[in-house]
Write a protein that binds this ligand. Structure first.
Ligand code: SF4
Length: 240
C-alpha cells in the first residue's frame, strides 16, 4: 500500500511510534515520493535543525537530490556563515534571496508584508525556476500552535505537492537523529535558540512552544512566515 496515501492517525503516531520507526517512516515517505516525482522532488532547507535533518534523510534516499535555501538581509551572521558552509559542502543547494528595496524596519510595522516579500516571494521563485513538483519540508506538528493540523502529504497549490516527512517527530527525536548521524547544525542552537529565523524577529525563550521566540511583540507572535500558508504557484500580479 502507498504510504503517500496513508490515512493514519498522525496525532496518535506522535506518541506511539518509537524513534527507529519514525525514521523508517520518514525514509519510506521520501523514497516513495522520489519514485513518483523524480527530479521534481526538492528539499526546502531553512538551515534550522529540522531542515538539516530532512536534508540528511533525503540525501540517504538520493545523494543527488536538489534543495533550495531562502535567505534574507536580516538573517543572523552565524546563519549566513553556516549557509555558506552548507552550500560549499552540498552544491546541490541553491540559494534564493530578494534584494528589492523595502521600507526600513518593515518587520516591525508590517511583518506579514516583510515575510511575503523576503521569504514567500523567493520561495515562489525557487519552486518555479527549479521546476519543483513536490517539495520536502521540516514541518513538525508538535512545534507550536500553528503547526498542529498539517498532513504528511498535502497539495495546497495545484501541481505542487508538499511532503512533510518528519511531521510526527518530537523535538527530542530531531536532536537524537542529528546526533546519531553526526549532522552539522547551526551554532545558534548552542546559545539557547530553539527555532531560528531573521535576527530582529527571533528571541531565546524557555516556553514549551518551540516557536514562542518568533515575532514576539507583533501580530505574528509564535506564528508563520507564510511559506506554509500562502499560495506558492499560479499567482497573478506580484503575488503579495
Ligand atoms: S522574519 Fe522578520 S525580518 Fe525576516 S522576513 Fe519575516 S518579518 Fe522580515
Amino acid at each position: 500500500m502507498s504510504i503517500l496515501k496513508n490515512n493514519d492517525d498522525l496525532k496518535k503516531l506522535v506518541d506511539t511510534l518509537n524513534f527507529k520507526e519514525k525514521v523508517e517512516r520518514s525514509l519510506a515517505l521520501i523514497e516513495e515520493a522520489y519514485k513518483k516525482y523524480g527530479d521534481g522532488l526538492v528539499v526546502a532547507n531553512s538551515l534550522g535543525k529540522d531542515s538539516v535533518a530532512i536534508w540528511d534523510l533525503a540525501r540517504k534516499v538520493n545523494p543527488k537530490i536538489r534543495g533550495f535555501i531562502v535567505t534574507t538581509r536580516y538573517k543572523p551572521k552565524a546563519t549566513i556563515k553556516f549557509m555558506n558552509e552548507e552550500v560549499a559542502r552540498f552544491p546541490e543547494l541553491k540559494v534564493y534571496k530578494n534584494d528589492v528595496e523595502i521600507p526600513d524596519k518593515l518587520y516591525e510595522t508590517k511583518p506579514d508584508k516583510c515575510c511575503d516579500i523576503l521569504k514567500v516571494e523567493p520561495t515562489r521563485k525557487a519552486v518555479e525556476e527549479m521546476k519543483v513538483t513536490c517539495w520536502i519540508t521540516g514541518l513538525r506538528c508538535t512545534e507550536g500552535r500553528t503547526r498542529t493540523d498539517f498532513k504528511e502529504v498535502e497539495e495546497r497549490d495545484k501541481g505542487l505537492v508538499k511532503l512533510n516527512p518528519i511531521l510526527i517527530w518530537k523535538e527530542r527525536e530531531v536532536w537524537e537523529y542529528l546526533a546519531l548521524n553526526e549532522v552539522k547544525v547551526n551554532p545558534l542552537y548552542g546559545l539557547g535558540y530553539r527555532s531560528l529565523g531573521c535576527a530582529p524577529c527571533t528571541k531565546i525563550t524557555v516556553e514549551d512552544d518551540e516557536r514562542a521566540g518568533r515575532w514576539i511583540g507583533t501580530s505574528k507572535c509564535g506564528g508563520e512566515c507564510g511559506i506554509h500558508t500562502r499560495p506558492l504557484k499560479n499567482i497573478g500580479g506580484d503575488g503579495i
